[in-house]
Design a protein around this ligand. Structure first.
Ligand code: NAD
Length: 513
């Protein structure tokens, strides 16, 4: 068992002093480390250091910062075994689920190192206003200064640390508050970035619970939050006190619609993989499926057979198991309550339907049928290895039910008629939609991703995914001008009349209905 502290926390807290948080491996129940639970003053000290370090980092320019990020990309590949071990130790995931996180990281370091400059380049702006003749207009993007990132436990690299990469590429300092359940990956990445030449205090990790997150909100110039909708609302409320901008990536209840012309083998594989991968603890996992009546029975049979064949257990090397632990024991209780609620209201579990007995926190991969929207399993985020499947008369009923949700993160349609699939997908109330696929959009860093309705505010990835870490500055430069412009003092009746006529000439002749 190790005591792990961020470098900054050692400076303010003293090794071993202050409140500590136990980090547990949920697959074994073993305590693997202790990390400090930082208080308000310690977070304020991190903020002071981060602000002091930021101008130097910004001054390194895109090339200098890109070099550090590219070195980090190499570090990731050279140290993937250590990273895999660390992630498994705090999440209880299987090897393939953490390898996915590293694949994302490898891509993300290179992507932001390459694209930051073009996404944030100055833009020339043209104006149609006659008053602007002879003036040059430019829009530029300036790093915000100190960005705070608060992350969840389900993807300690992708959804916590991952957002730091564009924030750093833009020239900001970052304080990352990882989930108290999974802080070790972020601490390892802080060590990695230092080895790769990141100047001291540009990236700091504030370990701690919710109160530490709230303290981060108070200190920074912008908050990137990923987590539950309930906490997202608290973060936004707190940020309002300091008018701090927020970007929120929140929960989801993502639907999949299977049409009767679908390739059922692919449909079943999609539904099983994207509901059970990472033990169902993915914000954009398939949480509910609507299947057209003619193919319902065959689809359910295929899915049930595939789910029954899944191997569950701790990571014992590549390919050893398919479905790992529930990372957060309280989440296993939520999964349990959703399944119990569904069973009590008339649903049937064709496989699974209970916690796995024995060591560690595991919930058996579960297929539920005879479900409807009176059940939590169909309306609230379950965030576990469950797949409720509902029979529908047609695509219209499926769409109505898919959109009958407080959430709007993502959704998918499976059909051989790709054009029809796209039409249906476009009518889904969700920030990202896939046809004959799911989740893969996340690997396309060029494509923005963000939730509608209670699933969030703002996007990550793409141009907007780095511009949000900047503030814009609009510049007007007058190059050709008179000594006194016509609209300046002293006002005169003649000029006012001339301007009035000009106004009518300019705007009075447009086509009107
Ligand atoms: P959570 O909301 O419980 O916690 C998220 C983070 O917020 C943690 O670091 C926590 O310590 C911190 N926090 C708690 N209270 C706080 C407060 N008052 N002020 C500031 N910070 C506070 O979420 P979780 O259980 O860790 O993660 C699971 C949730 O995250 C699910 O709802 C999932 O859908 C969502 N998620 C969304 C995305 C996305 O991209 N939309 C990605 C991953 C996870």
């Amino acid at each position: 068992m190790a005591t792990v502290e961020s470098k900054a926390a050692q400076g303010t807290n003293g090794r071993g002093a202050g409140a500590q948080i136990e980090v547990e491996n949920p697959a074994t129940g073993e305590v693997v480390a202790h990390v400090p639970d930082l208080d308000d003053e310690q977070v304020a000290e991190l903020a002071r250091r981060g602000r002091a370090a930021q101008p130097g980092w910004q001054a390194m320019g895109y090339e200098g910062r890109g070099r550090v990020l590219r070195r980090a990309q190499k570090w990731l590949l050279d140290n993937s075994e250590r990273l895999v071990e660390t992630m498994i130790s705090e999440t209880g995931k299987v090897v393939e689920d953490v390898t996915l996180e590293i694949s994302y990281g490898g891509g993300a370091f290179g992507f932001w190192a390459k694209h930051a400059e073009s996404y944030l380049a100055d833009e020339k702006v043209k104006s149609s206003s006659v008053f602007i003749k002879g003036k040059r207009l430019t829009l530029r993007y300036e790093p915000l200064g100190l960005v705070g990132i608060i992350g969840p436990w389900n993807y300690p690299f992708v959804n916590s640390f991952g957002d730091a990469i564009p924030a750093l590429a833009a020239g900001n300092s970052v304080i990352l508050k990882p989930s108290e359940i999974t802080p070790l990956t972020s601490l390892l990445m802080a060590e990695a970035l230092t080895q790769c030449g990141l100047p001291e205090d540009v990236f700091q990790v504030a370990t701690g619970r919710g109160a530490t997150g709230a303290a981060v909100v108070d200190q920074v110039d912008m908050i990137m939050f990923t987590g539950s909708t309930a906490t997202g609302k608290k973060v936004m409320e707190r940020a309002a006190q300091t008018l701090t901008p927020v970007s929120l990536e929140l929960g989801g209840k993502d639907p999949m619609i299977v049409l009767s012309d679908a390739d059922l083998e692919r449909a079943a594989n999609l539904a099983v993989f994207y509901s059970m991968q990472n033990s169902g603890q993915t914000c954009i996992s398939v949480e509910r499926v609507y299947v057209e009546e003619p193919v319902y029975d065959e689809f359910v049979d295929k899915v049930t057979e595939k789910v029954r064949a899944l191997r569950q257990g701790p990571a014992e090397g590549p390919g050893s198991n398919d479905v790992g632990a529930m990372i957060f024991p309280k989440q296993a209780e939520i999964v349990e309550s959703h399944v119990q609620d569904a069973l009590a209201k008339g649903a049937r579990a064709l496989t699974g339907g209970r916690r796995r007995p024995g060591a560690g926190t595991f919930y058996e991969p579960t297929v539920l049928v005879d479900v409807d929207h009176t059940m939590k399993a169909m309306t609230e985020e379950t965030f576990g290895p469950t797949l409720p499947i509902m029979k529908v008369a047609d695509a219209e009923e499926a769409l109505r039910l898919a959109n009958d949700s407080a959430y709007g993160l993502s959704g998918s349609v499976v059909t051989k008629d790709v054009a029809r699939g796209e039409q249906i997908a476009r009518r889904m109330q969700a920030g990202t939609v896939c046809v004959n696929d799911a989740i893969m959009n996340y690997m396309a860093l060029e494509l923005p991703m963000g939730g509608w309705k209670a699933s969030g505010l703002g996007t990550r990835h793409g141009q907007g995914g780095i511009r949000k870490y900047t503030r814009t500055q609009s510049i007007l430069i007058s190059r050709m001008h008179l000594k006194r412009d016509i609209h300046m003092f002293p006002y005169s009746a003649t000029v006012t009349k001339v301007l009035g006529r000009a106004l009518k000439l300019l705007y009075g002749r447009g086509k009107r209905d």
